[in-house]
Design a protein around this ligand. Structure first.
Ligand code: SER
Length: 344
């Protein structure tokens, strides 16, 4: 089995050997950025470089960034792919390469052979999307070898990326893997995002946004000083695909925590969908708690501390509903540490 740690290593090695500086993950509490509660994307630590506020010490970088996102917290455990804590593999260009560099890089790592350290995907099962009629991106994809019928055009809601707050943004091109007919409808990512799982987002970071009212309603104040690249490949999603498991809660690193919750509650995983959802929520959230506390967040009544408190409460509540009335947080945090310490 390809471990999550191996995938992480392959990603950093690939971009490291293609001229990118390997940068360690930044903390979950963004440094000096009052617009963000938590680091929620790989590009967050690099924001000043995109905006031209400071000069990057390297033209290209790669990282695996720990992220916390709580916007989709109600989806956690119910879908195959939502998490409050996840790790984003990324490659970044600060005014160096643009679309014609980023697209072939992603394609080579995805479809190159595993014997050469790549991921070895069958290229026929990969689909891509672009923003509207981004002909430049379409032409590069065609040249890279993706047939026209597997390139779909989508609107701003899907193919324009912003931080959700003022800052850098740009059109994006996303890569999807077709998991097969048992996962849903035919017709590409536009038809079904459970069957076609988004694995990689390539953002062509070129605009500076002054106001962001929603995903489709924002003001572009102007162009960034340079054209940049920001990509994000979800490590857990990639692990689910390469390990051949159904969802991100069953990959090696997360399953360790889920199994501990199952042992503590005496509830077997895979017998009842409702209990399974609870076990997945516990596995995801316990790890989020461990990482937030490790980065200095403590439970409280406001701000970041309040978010942590809510997440902790959801763990405790689900453990109790599953029958574990004893204090279990410590055990679950221990399991999270055991699972994640090889990487951190
Ligand atoms: N910033 C983009 C994202 O979070 C690509 O890394 O999806």
């Amino acid at each position: 089995m390809t471990s999550t740690n191996d995938i992480r290593r392959s990603f950093l090695d690939y971009f490291g050997s293609n001229g990118h500086d390997v940068v360690p993950s930044a903390p979950l509490v963004p440094y000096n950025d009052p617009t963000l509660m938590f680091t929620n994307a790989g590009m967050v630590p690099f924001k000043p470089y995109f905006l031209g506020e400071s000069v990057p010490p390297y033209p290209r970088a790669t990282s695996v960034q720990k992220c916390v996102r709580t916007l989709d917290i109600e989806e956690v455990g119910k879908t195959t792919r939502h998490a409050s804590f996840f790790q984003m593999c990324g490659n970044f260009s600060f005014g160096d390469y643009f679309k014609s560099g980023a697209i072939p890089f992603a394609w080579e790592l995805l479809t190159g052979s595993q014997a050469d350290g790549n991921f070895g995907f069958d290229s026929e099962r990969l689909w891509v999307t672009v923003l509207g009629d981004d002909q430049e991106a379409i032409d590069i994809w065609l040249k890279t070898g993706v047939p026209r019928e597997r390139i779909q055009s989508r609107g701003f809601a899907d193919n324009y990326w912003s931080m959700g707050v003022p800052g850098p943004g740009g059109p994006c091109s996303e890569i999807y893997f077709d998991r097969g007919p048992e996962y849903g409808r035919e017709g590409g990512p536009e038809a079904d995002e459970d069957r076609y799982l988004e694995v990689w987002n390539l953002v062509f970071m070129q605009d500076e946004l002054s106001t962001v009212r929603s995903k489709v309603d924002f003001d572009i104040a102007g162009s960034l000083p340079k054209k940049n690249i920001d990509t994000g490949m979800g490590l857990e999603r990639m692990a689910a695909l390469l390990q051949g498991v159904d969802n991100i809660y069953e990959i090696d690193t997360t399953k360790i925590i889920l199994d501990r919750a199952s042992a503590l509650t005496g509830v077997e995983y895979g017998r009842d969908e409702k209990s399974d959802v609870r076990l997945r929520v516990i596995a995801d959230h316990a790890r989020t708690c461990a990482f937030l506390i490790a980065d200095g967040v403590l439970p409280s009544n406001e701000g970041r501390g309040y978010v942590l408190r809510r997440i902790m409460r959801r763990v405790v509540r689900n453990m109790r509903i599953l029958g574990c009335l004893d204090p279990a947080m410590g055990e679950l945090i221990d399991a999270s540490i055991a699972s994640m310490s090889p990487q951190y």
